[in-house]
Structures are given as C-alpha cells and as structure tokens.
Write a protein that binds this ligand. Sequence first.
Ligand code: PMP
Length: 376
Amino acid sequence: MGAFGWIDEQAEVRRRAGLVRVLRPRPADSPLLDLASNDYLGLARHPEVTEGAARAARTWGGGSTGSRLVTGTTELHGELERELADFCGVEAALVFSSGYAANLAAVTALAPHGSLIVSDAGNHASLIDGCRLARGTTQVVAHAEPDAVRKALGTHDGPAVAVSDAVFSVDGDAAPLAELAAVCREYGAGLVVDDAHGLGVLGDGGRGTPYAAGLAGADDVVVTATLSKSLGSQGGAVLGSARVIGHLVNAARTFIFDTGLAPAAAGAALSALRLLRRQPERAARARAVAGELYDRLTAAGLTAVRPDAAVVSVRAPSPEGAVRWAAECRAAGVAVGCFRPPSVPDGISRLRLTARADLSGEQLERAVRVIGETRP
Ligand code: PMP
C-alpha cells in the first residue's frame, strides 16, 4: 500500500462511478469544431494577439523573473493595468498570474477577521476557495437571490462582503448585479463580482457585466476578471478603486508571494484588449451566436438554459449520460464541455457549449445536428 495507498481506494471509487478525469492533449491543427473552449471572441490565435505575446517575450523575456513587488512588474504590466482599468471604467487594476489567484486575492484581502462573506451557492471554485482561505466567516446563500443576501447581511455587525460570479460558469446565467449592489449598499457591505465570463462579452463593447449594470467605478464594488477567456491569453485581474487596489498590493498573498504574470501573457492580453476596442462588434457577435445556438438547440428539442452571455448549457440526463454524450460528440467531430458531479452539485449534469464570435451559421447547424443525433 505505502504512504499513498489511500489514493488507489479513491481512484477505484471514481472508476466505479465512471467519473475518472483524463487529459487529452490537443494538437495545434485539431480538426474538431470547438464549442468547448472559453475563447469567446476567437482571439487566442489572432495574429495581432500572438504577435503581442511574441513581441513581449522578445522584449521582456520568457518569464517576469520575480514577484510583482521585486522584479516581476515590467512597464508592460503597468500599461496593461492602466488600459484594463480605463476600458472597464474603474480607477485602477492589478493583474495576477491567473483569474484563480485574482479571486483568492480579492476575497481574502477584503474579508478580515470578524467579517462576514455572503457567497452565492453557484459560485466558481476559486471564489469558494477564497472564502475558505479568508479570515472572515462565510455564509452560503441560495443562488441569485438578493433577498437571501439581505437576510444574511442583516444578521451581522461589522465589515461584510457579498461575493458572486457575474455570469455563472456552468449554466451561463447572469447574477442580478444591480439588485445585489443595492442590497449591499443598504447594509454598508462591499460587493465582489467575478466577471470571468462577462468581460469581452457583456456591456458596451464588452466592458463587462458590472459596466452593463451601471456599477462601473462604484467604490463599493470590486470586480475580478480573467485574461484567459475573451482576451485569449492567460492571467487574471482585480479592478476597483485605487484604495482597494493599493490594499491588495500590500495585503493579498497571491499577489505578494506569486511570480508576476508572464510578459507574453501580458502582451497577448494587451493586444486583445486593443483589438476589442477597435472592433467592439465582436462582443455583440458572441452574444448573437449564443442566442442563435440556444434557438437551434431548443428547436431540435433539447433542453437548454437561455444564455445571458456566451455560455450555453444543455441538460444531460445523468453524469454517465453526459460523459457518453460528450464522447460521442467528440467522435463525430464536435468538442463540447461536460460538467457533472463533483464539479457541479449532485443532480446537475450538463453539456457546456461556448458560442464563439467567429462561429458561422453552418458550423452552428453542424454542431446542433451532432448534439441532437448523439443525445442519450
Ligand atoms: N472564475 C470563473 C467564473 C471561472 O470560470 C474561471 C475559470 N474557469 C476562473 C475564475 C479562473 O480563471 P483562470 O482560469 O484565469 O484561473
């Protein structure tokens, strides 16, 4: 058995449940029609974006060489932070090596000892882990229910924050941000919003979900984002007031003790951001493709969640059914995401499709035909 013998027991339980995860390296010239990635605007392989990465690597090196407070902040990081903040209509931004690290930073640094964190039951794992690491006490509340947040905040005396995805990663539904912000204001609480799936898709020209909800620049709202979805790069960001960003620089452990974002990732994200500013119609196109995908799926008799952004979620009958369905789609040339427990709560299994701005009507038709024909 040895020290790690218990791993085999866990693996056996997973194997019997048909829930073993496997890595499938993707060739550069994959023939699959991609409805699985988060490259919502089709920018990850855009020549301006890849050139932005290459130029940054040539200028600044393959890595940032140190933590942000030592040698890991290049002028390129500063430029990216200024342009991101300006685009999203906030005072300041801070970039991280991932969206995951950005979420850990925002939640832990804004929830000190004695504070209350009110967390939506559908939040992403990185927000959940932020709550687990924070010194404050977490109360999980019903999904997308501002009244549940009000009730939780009403029980607490002292600093408090509500924490929510802006667009939920599995079902693609948007949080009621304006209502949440109003409830938080009633109680003097902060609001941390994870806009990983909204930046680049929602709001004027892709300025994000908080922007669309009229919350951009509010000093009691803090936004987190990823550079790895719409912006086709890698990394994360926190956006907010200069006061909050200054606090994170001094207090957020995933900022202080992590090596700075790689220059190539910063360069790619900056090029993608500039491209999006020049071509704001890409955001509207991603939303339109999502709507068209949803219409085609429901016309084919499939049960899908009406998308608020670029994620379209299709109900699967069971975890095993979802796994088999996704495998059959892949065998028929269409890559789709597959979510089942433990990634999502029991009783919820989904195919997760992403609507990219660069998908054609013919590609959508093919994808829906394959998904319909392979349904369990
Ligand atoms: N938040 C949400 C809602 C996400 O879906 C993800 C990525 N899956 C993250 C945060 C983490 O971002 P990153 O991949 O940049 O670490």
